[in-house]
Ligand binder design. Structure first.
Ligand code: NDP
Length: 420
């Protein structure tokens, strides 16, 4: 029996909410709150028409404003808040949870909307020099809540999507059941889906394009090695998908895994991209359309990447037209009983199957299901621990069981092809 407040009602949230409704032993009451409440109302109607037993209400909230979130928490009195809005809102929602002493769960690392804001910019430039990577996001802002969350007796579960989220659970699971020591991890994110558009992003365009157009980096021997965007390319033959080009990116779980598993000598992250996507992205970047800095246009200020977002297809609308599969997982090298060992743990997800089940494409599905699972484990008390933690810091077994139960079954391959 629990009451959950969900903030955001986009592609990922819609999957997470529908999966919570499937898991109605744990989730008995939900408030769906977002900037555009009509999306929450539509989903509430859909679930009620399907006969859900979960008692659902909706609300409007501005999650950039901590006081507005706190006001809603005080009114609704939830046991936990699931933040599936945007990474820009992470800290405001964490502050509200702290004020109201309520558990907090999210799927993505904090990053600021305005990367030119002088105070943030100064701290960012210092961090780039000290840590050696230039991504706009890092865990320092959210890890800084550790003591405050401990004192308040509340749990903060950070990054329970697929990557980060499931990928980090795969690492904990490999360590618990297959290795005495893990020496390298390659996280591979393959989307073999085709939506038929020349260019569209599978999740929020602003967040996606920021991530993909940034420098790459990987963790080696206790420090970051940074690369130019798309500098490192490999081809990999993905089970059930086939051969795809993939490129090394910076990704947030590398930071947490590097800290929490100091034995791992190298951690890399690769994502597949088609040539059309890369050509469009390069062109948009060259003309300044990926910029987050406001420009004046016909007497009013606009942010180029936000304008671009308005032109691109809504990721939540890609479901009916996307065919093909995703394959996301981790390849490990390490030692078991004194012998070298390799392992690949992955999930394959079919875009059309996701659409048939929930009306969404596989990227939202593979993120929304783990968002529900992490929230469920916190609410059930299995992953409840005052402080702020990533998904690799808990017992992976109940999470792995729920992946099988709720639509993301995984495969363990003990003889995988490695990435050079
Ligand atoms: P969408 O853009 O589809 O949805 C975002 C939702 O948040 C929208 O409903 C939006 O409202 C709402 N929102 C935005 N700003 C505010 C605000 N200030 N106050 C209240 N609500 C707000 O994004 P996605 O569903 O694609 O992504 C959701 C999250 O999931 C992101 O943080 C993303 O980074 C993360 N993610 C994580 C992945 C992982 O594997 N870990 C993979 C993919 C995504 P409105 O409808 O008005 O726009």
């Amino acid at each position: 029996m629990s009451r959950l407040l969900v903030i955001g009602c986009g592609g990922v949230a819609q999957v997470a909410i529908q999966k919570c409704a499937q898991n109605n032993k744990v989730f008995t009451e939900m408030c769906l709150a977002s900037r555009t409440v009509s999306k929450c109302d539509a989903l509430k109607d859909k679930l009620e028409k399907q006969g859900t037993s979960v008692k659902i209400t909706t609300a409007t909230v501005n999650a950039d404003d901590s006081a507005d979130v706190a006001k809603l928490i005080k009114e609704y009195q939830p046991d936990a808040v699931l933040n599936v809005a945007l990474p820009y809102q992470d800290l405001a929602i964490m502050d509200a949870c702290l004020e109201c002493k309520v558990d907090y769960i999210d799927t993505a690392n904090y990053e600021p909307e305005d990367t030119d804001e002088p105070v943030w910019r100064a701290a960012y430039e210092k961090r780039c020099k000290e840590k050696g990577f230039t991504a706009y996001f890092d865990y320092s802002y959210q890890w800084a809540y550790m003591d405050k969350f401990k004192e308040a007796g509340i749990t903060g579960l950070l990054g329970t999507g697929f990557d980060p989220g499931v990928t980090s659970v795969f690492v904990a699971y490999a360590k618990k059941h297959y290795f005495d020591e893990i020496h390298s991890v390659d996280i591979l994110d393959c989307n073999g889906g085709d939506h038929g558009y020349a260019f569209a992003t599978n999740f929020n365009p602003e967040i996606n394009l920021r991530e993909v157009s940034a420098n790459g980096s990987y963790w080696e021997d206790g420090h970051w090695v940074e690369t130019r965007p798309m500098e490192i390319k490999r081809e990999y033959d993905f089970p059930q998908v086939g051969k795809k080009d993939m490129y090394l990116l910076h990704h947030e779980e590398i930071e947490a895994l590097g800290r929490n598993f100091p034995e791992i000598k190298r951690i890399r992250f690769f994502m597949t991209f088609g040539q059309s996507y890369l050509d469009h992205m390069r062109c948009l970047e060259d003309v300044g359309m990926l910029s987050t800095s406001p420009v004046m246009f016909e007497g009013r200020e606009i942010v180029p990447i936000q304008f671009l977002k308005a032109l691109l297809p809504d990721p939540a609308s890609l479901g009916p037209r996307t065919v093909g599969k995703t394959n996301i997982g981790c390849i490990f090298k390490g030692i078991k009983d004194g012998k070298e060992k390799t392992l690949f743990i992955y999930n394959v997800c079919d875009h059309q199957e996701c659409y048939k089940e929930l009306g969404s494409q596989a990227i939202s599905y593979t993120t929304g299901v783990p968002a529900m699972i992490g929230t469920s484990l916190v609410l059930e008390g299995k992953w409840k621990k005052p402080g702020v933690y990533t998904t690799d810091e808990f017992d992976p077994d109940p999470y792995m069981e729920m992946l099988n139960e709720f639509g993301l079954p995984w495969v363990v391959d003990e003889n995988p092809v490695l990435v050079d």
